[in-house]
Design a binder for this molecule. Structure first.
Ligand code: CA
Length: 416
């Protein structure tokens, strides 16, 4: 097994097998630039470029868009060079103490920035259990899935401007809601604030307008994954979403984890896609290669009175019905063009057990089964001051490939 001269524990999310890319800045150099996470450190890739150890110019940029656009011709060789520089048997960085001093930073001491300039953000709805739970609660348990759901990956065009990096506080939104039994809406702070546990995928090279991407070629266009918390104002959503879908309930903020794990680091965790035979998807959505990954996901809450976060959900990325290649093929079948740095979110990822649901709406079943926390507090939805922390990793043999986490605290609504 490959080992780095940088040491870390077996449960560390950032071993040499991972090497996720991110954009960071430091007190000694406030310019946002590219790095990889290794152990508890960040390796400054822009410095390696300027020292001639990495023959590229991707990481002196303030986002990863240029690197994302470079595609599969470039990504593996860059990754291999970084892996070699960090290998315990390679002396070029290991034995250069002066360069090591300048090239590594503690993750706890740097600021992380959005990894890409996100031009467009799309949110799917591709977990069958989540769609079934929502359909059961709001429509009809016997016809929980709408007629289109098993035929296409349902999605909507989200708002890229409010995608924020982990740690950014989020204000409870104000908006219109319709009180039970009333005819007219009222205005005020959202009362049913929720999170959604999702994965996000960054697009690499895009496609020309009018030129769809097939499921077969999807891998040429998919760069890597992050964790996503797609904040949701359930009461605002319920009143506004007919007939065009979510609007303000979803545009308030979407939080993402800072490190993008490239698919090259996830190959070992690729597993069989779910069987889709009733109905069989239309030909343009059929997919030979598996795009399902076995990745443990977890949601924790830390209320203002808690000293430690408490786990409220354990799910897995494998609980997806429509995979990334199918989402990309469906998104572009009309001719819609993708650009490097665009982001897809998976939709809330819920497993079959109640403890694996990916939103508070489902965990507390629309408020009818409040969640009991160990400090005596209960939750139906998120309260002001609650910090929601999501984490995730794939378990290898003696190592983990993880995301770190995405966190966000809900602040009281602004006075109107
Ligand atoms: Ca969502």
């Amino acid at each position: 097994m490959m080992k780095s001269f940088i040491t870390y524990s077996e449960d560390c999310h950032f071993p040499i097998q991972n090497l996720p890319y991110g954009i960071f800045s430091s007190t000694d150099n406030p310019n946002p630039r590219g790095g990889v996470a290794i152990g508890e450190l960040v390796l400054d890739l822009s410095l390696l470029e300027s020292e001639g150890l990495l023959p590229s110019n991707y990481f002196s940029q303030s986002n990863l868009n240029l690197f994302m656009s470079a595609g599969k011709e470039i990504w593996p060789s860059v990754r291999r060079q970084i892996q070699e520089l960090l290998d315990e048997n390679n002396s070029s960085l290991k034995d250069n103490s002066e360069l090591r001093e300048r090239a590594f930073y503690c993750q706890s001491e740097v600021s992380m920035h959005l990894p890409a300039q996100i031009g467009d953000y799309t949110d799917f709805y591709s977990s069958r259990q989540h769609a079934t739970n929502v359909g059961t609660m709001f429509r009809d348990p016997n016809n929980a899935l709408l007629p289109n759901w098993l035929h296409l990956p349902v999605g909507y065009h989200g708002r890229a401007s409010s995608v924020v990096i982990s740690g950014t506080p989020v204000y409870r939104p104000n908006g219109q809601t319709l009180p039970m039994g009333e005819e007219n809406p009222v205005f005020g702070p959202c009362r049913l604030m929720d999170f959604e546990l999702e994965m996000g995928c960054f697009i690499g090279p895009g496609n020309e307008l009018g030129e769809p991407i097939s499921t077969e070629n999807a891998g040429d266009h998919l760069f890597g994954l992050v964790l996503v918390n797609d904040w949701s104002a359930r009461d605002i959503q319920k009143w506004e979403y007919v007939p065009l879908g979510p609007f303000g309930a979803k545009n308030l903020a979407t939080s993402i984890s800072p490190w993008v794990i490239p698919f090259e680091a996830l190959e070992a965790f690729r597993i069989d896609d779910p069987i889709q035979e009733n109905p069989t998807p239309l030909p343009y959505l059929q997919c030979e290669k598996n795009w399902t990954f076995d990745m443990n996901l977890e949601v924790k809450i830390k209320s203002p009175t808690m000293t430690e976060p408490e786990t409220i959900s354990e799910s897995n990325y494998k609980y997806m019905y429509w995979n990334l290649a199918q989402q990309l093929a469906h998104h572009t079948i009309t001719g819609c063009n993708m650009n490097p740095g665009d982001m897809f979110a998976s939709g809330t990822i819920s497993g079959e057990e109640a403890g694996s649901y990916g939103s508070m709406l489902e965990l507390a079943w629309k408020g009818t089964k409040p969640i009991q926390l160990s400090n005596g507090e209960v939750r139906k939805f998120i309260q002001d001051g609650d910090n929601i922390i999501m984490t995730g990793y794939a378990q290898g043999d003696g190592y983990r490939v993880g995301f770190g986490n995405v966190s966000g605290k809900i602040l009281p609504a602004k006075k109107q």
